[in-house]
Design a protein around this ligand. Structure first.
Ligand SMILES: C[C@](O)(CO)[C@H](O)COP(=O)(O)OP(=O)(O)OC[C@H]1O[C@@H](n2ccc(N)nc2=O)[C@H](O)[C@@H]1O
Ligand SMILES: Nc1ncnc2c1ncn2[C@@H]1O[C@H](COP(=O)(O)OP(=O)(O)OP(=O)(O)O)[C@@H](O)[C@H]1O
Length: 277
């Protein structure tokens, strides 16, 4: 058996996102349906005396100056003082609303728990690392409530395709929450099932993303990305994910989403494919 452990860290997509309240500490209460795309980063770990991290992959450059990579924070939270040679293969754009750092942290927790053979309360450690880390640790479609740590199951997703596109401009999550105007939204009411991708899109329509307007104010090209996605043949819904700037398009099939992604401007980050069950 190889001692190298490796884990996939898929992109998280918020199909709807409602801000339902605010805690005394300033964190916002949310209601969101999070799903995972079949694109992501990969975290691997091999035995070593000290903790170290190397970076690779097409999106690694944005992280070379990062003083405290979430992979290392996750490792220290799980096993203070333990060593491992970690490698992060970075494919997801940094600070883009698809939870790349959170997915990396969740993958690091899983991979290192295996490598070190430690049993720990991983969901509790995840919640301490960031609002998106618990859902990334679960790694399957889920409803997120509380500040992100209250997870509940959702009806099975119908077959569908997802397009992701980003204008290659980072957006800091705290700034987007701060720029949000207006009151709070009511939580969603989930149905027992969605017949197909079109029914899912129709249900998602009125639920919105309560951070989208604020993100467009801070980063106007988000509106262009949304318009370009919406104009693609077969697009059932175009919306921003998380705090942006990545937007998604929902399609009936992964092939349609892939073709639509290829038609978007080449200077954007873009991807089309399937959703993880
Ligand atoms: C917007 C989402 O992407 C939706 O999935 C997440 O809620 C954000 O998750 P995240 O990036 O893991 O967030 P964290 O790293 O925990 O928090 C970053 C900052 O975002 C704001 N924040 C985040 C989550 C939340 N429920 N309320 C907030 O107000 C806070 O200013 C916080 O300091
Ligand atoms: N492994 C990592 N990958 C990405 N960002 C990291 C990582 N480690 C630390 N960070 C820091 O975390 C910040 C947020 O990164 P991330 O890519 O997770 O944002 P996001 O996609 O907006 O997340 P979310 O959707 O959870 O709000 C980055 O600006 C970066 O400074």
């Amino acid at each position: 058996m190889s001692l190298l452990q490796s884990g996939f860290a898929p992109a998280k997509v918020n199909l709807f996102l409602r801000v339902t309240g605010r805690r005394a500490d300033g964190y916002h209460l949310l209601d969101s349906l999070a799903v995972f795309a079949s694109i992501g980063d990969r975290v691997s770990a091999a035995p070593a005396a000290a903790l170290r991290l190397t970076l690779g992959g097409p999106e690694a450059a944005a992280l070379t100056a990062e003083p405290d990579n979430l992979v290392l924070r996750a490792a220290r939270a799980l096993g203070a003082g333990r060593g491992a040679a970690l490698h992060l293969d970075k494919h997801l754009p940094v600070a883009s609303g698809i939870g790349g750092g959170s997915a990396d942290a969740a993958a690091a927790l899983r991979v290192l728990a295996g490598l070190w053979g430690v049993s720990a309360d991983l969901p509790a450690l995840a919640a301490g690392l960031g609002a998106d880390v618990p859902v990334c640790l679960a790694g399957r479609p889920a409803r997120m409530q509380g500040v992100g740590e209250v997870l509940s199951p959702v009806p099975p997703l119908p077959p569908c395709g997802l397009l992701l596109a980003n204008p290659r401009l980072p957006l800091a999550t705290p700034a987007v929450f701060r720029a949000r105007q207006g009151g709070f939204s009511a939580p969603a009411e989930l149905p027992a099932a969605w017949a197909d991708a079109a029914a899912l899109a129709e249900w998602l329509g009125p639920l919105g993303n309560d951070l989208q307007e604020a993100a467009i104010t801070l980063c106007p090209p988000v509106a262009e990305v949304l318009a370009a996605i919406e104009a693609q043949p077969g697009c059932l819904l175009a919306r921003m994910s998380g705090s942006g700037a990545t937007c998604f398009g929902l399609f009936a099939t992964p092939a349609q989403a892939e073709a639509a992604a290829a038609a978007l401007p080449a200077e954007w980050w873009r991807w089309g494919g399937g959703v993880l069950g």
